[in-house]
Design a binder for this molecule. Structure first.
Ligand code: DQA
Length: 145
């Protein structure tokens, strides 16, 4: 069976495609899921994509990855800048973690320049649009190989 990569998305990303399209583009999370699945399949991996607006649910999902996922791709959205709980949960996971931001957080407001998650991430993709998720799948493949 192929190794599973879990792609986790934080608050407000359920509105991807509708929300501030000038910053985040017009692709939806379903589009992202399909693009990642296609890239992953070519690499012999499989993907599941999830989104939540609830921090505790995100922590539960990260903990569950210990049981069934080889790697995590996470766009923590606003929790990047606020959540020690999400960071602590990621620190319980042994596999590779790639942090994705659709926009270039370093070209935006100062409060977006710090991410708690970055201290755990094996790599960070920011400002590449939704293509960043596919780049993260490729990177996880390299890290698992
Ligand atoms: C984001 C950047 C965050 O600062 C913001 O809170 C988001 C999305 C991005 O993908 O660019 O919700 O993570």
């Amino acid at each position: 069976m192929s190794q599973l990569i879990t792609i986790l998305n934080g608050p407000n990303l359920n509105l991807l495609g509708l929300r501030e399209p000038e910053l985040y583009g017009t692709d939806t999370l379903d589009d992202v899921a399909a693009q990642c699945q296609s890239v992953a399949k070519d690499l012999g991996l499989s993907t599941e994509l999830k989104q939540t607006n609830h921090e505790g649910e995100m922590v539960d999902w990260i903990q569950a990855c210990r049981e069934h996922s080889a790697g995590i791709i996470i766009n923590p959205a606003a929790w990047s800048h606020t959540s020690v709980a999400v960071l602590d949960a990621l620190n319980t996971f042994d596999g590779p973690v790639i942090e994705v931001h659709i926009s270039n957080i370093y070209a935006r407001e100062a409060f977006r320049h710090h991410s708690f998650v970055s201290t755990r991430a094996n790599g960070i993709v920011a400002g590449c649009g939704v293509q960043g998720y596919c780049l993260a799948v490729q990177r996880i493949h390299t890290l698992l190989s």
